[in-house]
Design a protein around this ligand. Structure first.
Ligand SMILES: *Cc1c(COP(=O)(O)O)cnc(C)c1O
Length: 347
């Protein structure tokens, strides 16, 4: 069905390109649980280098990468501080609590951005009544914040505060490369403020599966143990790691095209009177907009778009998300805008 559709639901829907499939077909493999898979080793080494970290660990999903990232810093009875809108807190079944015995303390960031002043006083006293405050997590780009980029100085300040207060830091960088490409600030510069960084290969980078966690050699050795107990040890994983490596080598700079297409889509949406961009402007490849309730609900709007072969995602009763990626070009964006214009005119 989606082959004929214009699919803007997510940047996870991309299909491996012919060149990526060739890299997968040609991948040298071994049993990665024995540490024998050269393609996995190469991927981990390359990512660690790009993030300026000692080591990295390939895992099946961003959810597992975050789960392990949080877990290597905390023990049961510890607490992490995070933004109330972040992915780890909202969309990962609170695995940190279910599987690791960790509590979360949320701060209401503005579009996912937490300021140092909001953190003052949040470290729990050392007293048997309290959990132990151990970790701060940030997300960049911020998904629910509309693909927004964290201001670099804020990340620096907030992570500096965490360090001064003895907290570890973890970055959910599912779309860190989008932030890097959009700002021109290299991924390694963003990453250096964090003890662990998770990135996804299966989003804008266009690989079929996989994420990775990067950090110091000690932390990643520990992460390796956690991956095994969570069932994330994979055997001839080089077949998929080769796709991720191909993505790192060929699909990072082109994220700029996705950002340009998102701007083009946003411009089209601005001209449709029953739709309202939120946030406006758009920072990267995620475009969120509200549907005027006088027209109908977001779900009804998406159902109407689908009749004309355009897929977008209703994320709240009045909110729709559209994402640009490898498989939608400028022409697809123009077609999407025409379908949205027609939908806005006729329910
Ligand atoms: C997609 C996403 C994840 C989780 O990745 P999965 O591979 O879907 O488990 C984590 N954080 C953010 C911000 C994401 O967008």
């Amino acid at each position: 069905m989606t082959d004929q559709c214009l699919d803007f639901r997510s940047d996870t829907v991309t299909r491996p390109t012919p060149a990526m499939r060739r890299a997968m077909a040609d991948a040298e493999v071994g049993d990665d649980v024995f540490g024998d898979d050269p393609s996995v080793e190469r991927l981990q080494g390359r990512l660690a280098e790009m993030l300026g970290k000692e080591a990295a660990l390939y895992v099946p999903s961003g959810t597992m990468s975050n789960l392990i990232g949080v877990r290597v810093h905390c023990r049961p009875g510890d607490e992490m501080i995070c933004d109330a809108g972040c992915h780890i807190y909202n969309y990962e079944q609170a695995g940190y609590a279910q599987l690791s015995g960790i509590a979360a303390r949320t701060v209401n960031g503005r579009r996912g951005v937490i300021e140092v002043e909001q953190l003052e006083g949040l470290i729990r006293p050392s007293d048997a009544h309290y959990v132990r405050t151990r970790l701060l997590t940030l997300e960049n780009t911020h998904n629910r914040g509309g693909g927004s980029i964290q201001p670099y100085e804020t990340v620096e300040a907030v992570c500096g505060w965490a360090r001064r207060n003895g907290l570890a830091t973890h970055l959910d960088g599912a779309r860190l490369f989008n932030a890097a490409v959009a700002t021109g600030i290299e991924a390694a510069r963003w990453a250096r403020h964090f003890d662990t960084v998770s990135v996804c290969f299966s989003k804008g980078l266009g690989a079929p599966v996989g994420s990775a966690l990067a950090g110091s050699g000690d932390l990643i050795r520990e992460a390796h143990r956690h991956r095994k107990v969570l069932g994330g040890g994979m055997r001839e994983a080089g077949v998929i790691a080769a796709a991720a490596l191909y993505a790192l080598e060929h699909h990072v700079d082109r994220l700029a095209d996705d950002h340009a297409n998102a701007q083009r889509l946003a411009e089209g949406i601005r001209r449709i009177d029953v739709l309202d961009l939120d946030p406006d402007p758009v920072d990267t490849n995620l475009v969120f907009f509200r549907v005027d309730p006088a027209w109908g609900s977001a779900a009804e709007f998406c159902a109407r778009l689908k009749e004309d072969g355009l897929l977008m995602l209703a994320t709240a009763p009045t909110m729709v998300r559209a994402v640009t990626h490898l498989d939608v070009d400028g022409d697809a964006v123009d077609r999407a805008i025409r379908i949205m214009q027609a939908a806005a005119r006729r329910r």
